[in-house]
Design a protein around this ligand. Sequence first.
Ligand code: CP3
Length: 345
Amino acid sequence: MTKTGDRKVMKVLAGETVFPPPIWLMRQAGRYLPEYRATRASANGFLDVCYTPDLAVEVTLQPIRRFGFDAAILFSDILVIPDALDRNVRFVEGTGPLMDPISVEAIAALDPSRLHTHLAPVYETVRRLRSELPAETTLLGFCGAPWTVATYMIAGRGTPDQAPSRLFAMQHPEAFMKLLTLLAEMSADYLIAQIDAGADAVQIFDSWAGVLSERDFTRYSIEPVKYMVDRIKRERPGVPVISFAKGAGALLETYRAATGIDCVGLDWTVPSGLARKIQQGGAVQGNLDPLRMVAGGAALDEGIDEVLETLGAGPLIFNLGHGITPQADPENVTRLIQRVRSAQR
Ligand code: CP3
C-alpha cells in the first residue's frame, strides 16, 4: 500500500467506513494548549504567527505531537483573504477580529492581484508541513466561505446575528453579489494553491450559514461554495472538499448534492435522524458539542458514545460540532481520543 493509502481521513472522504473513526478537532491548534500560548506570546501578534512559516508549522504540529490526531489543519485564519485585500485586519486581545467596514465604493475598488504574493508564506507553511508530518496524517488546507468572510468585511467585526451583512445584501444587492463573487474566485485560487503546496484535502468554513433564510442560503452560501467546488473538481480532480455550514439545520439535507462537496460538517444541533440521512449520501464530520471538552467526565463520555452510536456505522470523521474553546482541558482531549480509539462496534 502507498503511504497516502494509509491516511484514514482520506479513506473516509472517499466514502469508506472506518471504525473506530479517524479523529481531529476544529481549532485543534489554539489557546487551550499551553505550548500554543507560549509560541503566541513570543510572536508579534496573531497574524505574525500565520505569516511566519517557522511559527505556523510549529503550532500546527503541536496538537499532532501531543495527541496524534489523524489530520493536521494548516495554522492560519479565514481572515487572511480580507488581509490580502488590504482591509486593515487586526486581532485585538479580548475583542476578536477587527477590520475597516467595507462600503459599496470600496467593493468596486477591491484589488485581488496581491493574493498569491501576500499568501506565499502560507503556501510555504503547507509545503513544510507535508514534509514534516507523519505519512499517515492527512494535511487539511482551509479557507472561509464567501458569505462568512463577507460578514466580517461588511460589519468590520464579529456580530451575533450578522444583521449588518443581511441588511447590506438587501440594500445593495449588486455590490454584495460582486463581493461574494470576488471572494469565491480568490478563495478557489487560494485553496488550489494550498493543494499544489501539499494539502491532501480542503475544508471550507461557513460558520455563519445559520443566520440565512432558505432563499438567501441558496444564493449566498450554496452558490459561491458550489462555484469553488466546481473549480477544484475541474482543476485538481480527486482532491476532496469538506464544508462546514454551521447552523444550517434542515437546509443541510440537500447541501452535499447542491454543492458537490465530499463531506458534510455537522454542528452539534443537527438531529440524529437528519445526520444519518445526510450520511447516506457520503462522509460526514462532527459533531460533539465543544462544551463537553470543558465539562469532561461523564458529560464527555456520554457525548462521545452518542456520536459513535448515531454515525459510527457509516463514513465518519470524528470531530467537534464547532471549534474547541480556550477553556477546554487538554486532558479531556486525551480522554476523548482514548475513548474513540478503543470503541467497539
Ligand atoms: O487549529 C486550527 O483549526 C487552525 C487554525 C484556525 C484558526 N482560525 C486560528 C485562530 C482556523 C481553521 C480558524 C478558522 C476561523 N477563523 C473561523 C471559522 C471557524 C469558526 O471558529 O467558526 C472563523 C470564524 C475565524 C475568524 C476568527 N479568528 C475569529 C472570530 C477569531 C477570534 C475569536 C477566537 O476564537 O479567538 C479568530 C482568532 C483566531 N484564529 C485564534 C486562533 C488560534 C485566536 C487568536 C489568538 O491566538 O490570539
